[in-house]
Design a protein around this ligand. Structure first.
Ligand code: FAD
Length: 518
């Protein structure tokens, strides 16, 4: 007979959403049980997502930087790449972090039950595994995450067509790789393989990589992968994959002129879907939307009042920090605290070279939803620190509510964008004005100066970019105006100033198209 456990709070899924929720609920005095089908806690993020991909990206970054150093007089030999050892090191990182979660669960008296679970009724979950367990609950938090979208016809007997889960094991390194999908997962992994020596081609069905991301942020990355990858095929669809001798033959809708159409490995990275099916929701009052996300409110309550949903299974954006944030909110709400999801800015980071990061409102969103924003950009070729790092392709922009001068979004492309975006999140959350950002002294020489620099461009007070303000015709808003007349490097200065001017000008009319938008 199955063991029966009664839990105050049952958390289904031990990913970054689930364990953040479980630990918060335990810290608030609840008796918590967490269930996961995987043998170790941490979810996709720790075992098959954020952490392994960033470990490998770090390795790839080292190789690239060492090669770049040749430009300024440091020559290293060709790297000796031991992919087995690299996979081993990546696994060590994962194991250490998983052990930390296990230890923290123990210290908090959070019991972890391993096995595949489904709702057997509105107040109970059945866990199937080595030892079957029935768990009844007062409150439940569903945090079952997401999985890669699979294309049935592309599952080939050779096993050469993989998703990100398998692609994170790089040994043995393929000679060539086709990446289907120009989103962040495909590009991050494509860059890892490319840095290690694989010939990489990417196919993206839309007209640009990182669909949905502001084009001015995506463009430097697009240029970088044009150099790094053997082929970047936009507006192109993969129409078929089949096993042939020595690899997988791919056929495409557009004209793909690159030499390789037979690949050692194919990575399918065409999106992720929520894990809301197969968990017995039909035995509860919980509903899902037409994309399979569990419907939930600002307190992450589902359509059954004592069941909450958080993380990837609860809606976009599918990001680990969003999952953890929502997990804490749900845990607080179910303990009776006056908590709700009132976030203004969720950061998103693409950990490529160059990195791309944004938070809050984007220009694309403003255009799509039809509201007015003002934008100012700081080009990194004006940053001393970017010059010393050889990262002059970067750009930082602030997106401002023209009615209040408050910062409502930030976008950064370039090295270190992953860390710098946090200042943008803080500014958005605090309702900081563009003056607040401009007048906060940033240390020199750092890339963070580009944030206050962008704010100064907006105000027309920038030192390193020639952009003067003049009174705006309507509403008292200021517009930056180029003036190259006193610039020594006239053309260069004019370019930047005009850029800034275009940006402001683009924001003046409602939804006025901006050349930078794809
Ligand atoms: P998950 O982490 O998916 O955890 C869900 C857990 O539920 C899993 O452990 C699963 O085993 C368990 N589970 C599911 N169904 C059942 C069941 N029936 N019974 C028992 N257990 C079950 N996000 C970032 O923020 N930054 C990044 O850099 C980043 N990089 C990524 C790279 C890759 C290659 C991938 C694939 C994803 C990446 N993500 C990144 C996304 C991130 O991994 C997810 O957003 C995050 O893991 C979601 O957390 P979660 O808690 O909602 O779910």
């Amino acid at each position: 007979m199955a063991e029966t456990i009664a839990a105050d709070v049952l958390v289904l899924g031990a990913g970054p959403g689930g364990y953040a929720a479980a630990f918060r609920a335990a810290d608030l005095g609840m008796q918590v049980v967490m269930v996961d089908r995987a043998p170790r806690p941490g979810g996709i993020c720790l075992h098959h997502g954020c952490i392994p991909s960033k470990a490998l990206l770090h390795a790839g970054d080292m190789i690239r930087r060492a090669r770049e150093a040749e430009h300024y007089g440091l020559r290293f030999g060709e790297p000796q790449i031991d992919t087995e050892k690299l996979d081993g090191w990546k696994q060590q990182v994962i194991d250490e972090l998983a052990a930390g979660i296990d230890a923290l669960a123990e210290q908090r008296d959070v019991r972890i039950v391993h096995g595949r679970a489904h709702f057997a009724g509105p107040d109970r979950i059945e866990v199937l595994g080595e030892h079957a367990v029935m768990i009844t609950f007062k409150h439940c938090i569903i945090a079952t995450g997401s999985r890669s979208v699979q294309v049935r016809d592309w599952r080939l007997p050779s096993g050469r067509v993989v998703d990100s889960y398998d692609a994170l094991n790089i040994h043995p390194l393929p000679e060539n790789l086709l990446v289907i999908g120009g989103g962040y997962i495909g590009l991050e992994l494509g860059q890892v393989y490319s840095a290690l020596g694989t010939r990489v081609q990417v196919v993206e069905v839309t007209e640009g990589v990182l669909p949905g991301v502001d084009r001015d942020l995506a463009r430097p990355l697009q240029q970088r992968i044009d150099e790094m990858f053997v082929g970047v095929h936009l507006d192109t669809r993969v129409t078929g994959l089949k096993d042939v001798e020595g690899g997988v033959k791919a056929s495409f809708s557009g004209e793909v002129t690159e030499p390789d159409t037979v690949f050692d490995k194919v990575l399918v990275a065409v999106g992720r879907r929520p894990n809301s099916d197969g968990i017995g929701l039909e035995n509860t009052e919980v509903s899902v939307d037409d994309q399979g996300f569990i419907i939930n409110d600002a307190q992450h309550r589902t359509t059954q009042a004592n069941i909450y949903a958080i993380g990837d299974v609860a809606g976009q954006p599918m990001l680990a920090h969003k999952a953890s944030y929502e997990g804490k909110v749900a845990a607080e709400v179910l303990t009776g605290a006056a908590s709700a999801d009132d976030r203004r800015a969720v950061p998103a980071v693409v950990f490529t070279d160059p990195e791309v990061a944004w938070c809050g409102v984007t220009e694309t969103q403003a255009q799509q939803e039809g509201f007015e924003v003002a934008v100012a950009r700081f080009p990194w070729k004006r940053s001393g620190r970017a010059q010393t790092l050889g990262s002059t392709e970067g750009m930082t922009k602030v997106i401002v509510d023209p009615a209040t001068n408050r910062i409502i979004g930030v976008g950064i492309v370039g090295r270190g964008a992953d860390n710098m975006i946090s200042e943008g999140v803080f500014a958005c959350e605090m309702g900081a004005s563009v003056e607040d950002l401009a007048r906060s002294i940033h240390p020199h020489p750092t890339l963070s100066e580009t944030l206050s620099g962008a704010a100064e461009v907006f105000l027309g007070s920038a030192t390193d970019v020639l952009a003067r303000k003049r009174p705006q015709r309507t509403g008292g808003k200021q517009e930056t105006e180029p003036d190259a007349s006193d610039s020594e490097d006239e053309n260069d200065g004019k370019d930047e100033a005009e850029h800034a001017n275009e940006d402001s000008a683009a924001s003046d009319g409602p939804n006025e198209p901006n050349d930078d938008q794809g």
